[in-house]
Ligand binder design. Structure first.
Ligand code: ADP
Ligand code: X2W
Length: 290
């Protein structure tokens, strides 16, 4: 697709009201592991984050890395297992999760952003103990507890570390690892960290980037807007399953807790972030609290 000069100018001009509206505001962006597969997409993501920062927005990145964890688990001869969208995490798996999320994936994103002129700083919840967690239990249909190991739910987030970085023009890049009362590491679903962080920071927007066009109905058609009631119906009839379960729950919680707009978008679309934030053409599914 070639765009002529006049069209380019129009697109740039279209961004002005959005820059004015969001300048000085915090936007939490969850970058899912499934949207990180392609090098060009990763570069595009990093450039978009730098651009947002340069126009005065405070982007806070929370990343996943589910497929990347699976890859390393396979290499050491272990199989990844999920229940209700949560990874069953024994101690050996936890070590791999920490290596991949806190190490490989976190540093790759930090490095990409910094290559393009940003000042990214990588964090896990262990840094400054800023994400406190406790053991999460799931429950089955008959309300029996299911133990899934070292998986955490968030008990609290201290916003001061992230705010401090924001104020000094750094871009926080957060790996979803929490710390327990005795300093132990917990594996937390990245969507949950992004949602809770958006709520704690009083973010203007939460954007969850994944590998589908958004939330799809039973026929595979994109649902562009969803209310809490509609979400409940989709849960009940099984339209939402697997990794979409924690994503929607977290999106809904954030919307209910005062995050102005919450979107689930397709991270495989080049510059999906800019399209969502800076143009009239919103992409994906918007989740509303009511
Ligand atoms: N109704 C739905 N609409 C879209 N995706 C869905 C739906 N229900 C389940 N999914 C699944 O959720 C996945 C996204 O969650 P996940 O695999 O955890 O991605 P991410 O790594 O981005 O968090 C999709 O790839 C799809 O397989
Ligand atoms: C408890 C739990 O499931 N944790 C996730 C953390 C990473 C994540 O959420 O990655 P995506 O966003 O790429 O799915 C996991 O171990 O895969």
């Amino acid at each position: 697709m070639s765009v002529n000069a006049a069209e380019k100018a129009l697109v740039l001009a279209e961004a002005l009201p959005y820059i004015r509206r969001f300048s000085g505001k915090t936007i939490v962006i969850k970058y899912g592991g499934n949207a990180m597969t392609d090098d060009a997409l990763k570069e595009g993501f990093a450039k978009d984050i730098v651009l947002l920062k340069l126009v005065g927005i405070n982007p806070v990145v929370v990343h996943g890395g589910g497929p990347q964890i699976n890859e390393l688990l396979e290499r050491v001869g272990k199989e990844g297992k999920f229940i209700q969208g949560m990874r069953v995490t024994d101690q050996e798996t936890m070590d791999v999760v920490e290596m991949v999320l806190g190490g490989l994936v976190n540093k790759e994103i930090v490095s990409l952003i910094n290559t393009h002129g940003g000042k990214a700083v990588g964090l896990t919840g262990k840094d400054g103990h800023f994400i406190r967690a406790e053991k999460m239990f799931l429950s089955d249909e008959s309300d029996e507890k299911i133990d899934i190991g070292q998986v955490g739910e968030i008990s609290s987030i201290d916003p001061s570390l992230v705010s401090l970085l924001d104020r000094q023009d750094f871009i926080p890049v957060v790996a979803p690892i929490g710390v327990g009362a005795n300093g132990e590491a917990y594996n937390i679903n990245a969507d949950l960290v992004a949602g809770k962080l958006a709520e704690t920071l009083h973010a203007e927007k939460l954007i969850l980037m994944t590998n589908t066009p958004g939330v799809l109905d039973k026929q595979g058609k994109l649902l562009t807007g969803l209310s809490a009631q509609q979400v409940d119906a989709l849960f009940a009839d099984g339209t939402i399953h697997g990794g979409m379960l924690p994503k929607i729950s977290s999106a809904l919680d954030a919307a209910r807790s005062g995050v102005n707009t919450v979107h689930i978008i397709d991270g495989r679309v080049p510059h999906a972030l800019l399209l969502e934030i800076m143009t009239d053409d919103g992409v994906g599914t918007m989740i509303r609290a009511s």
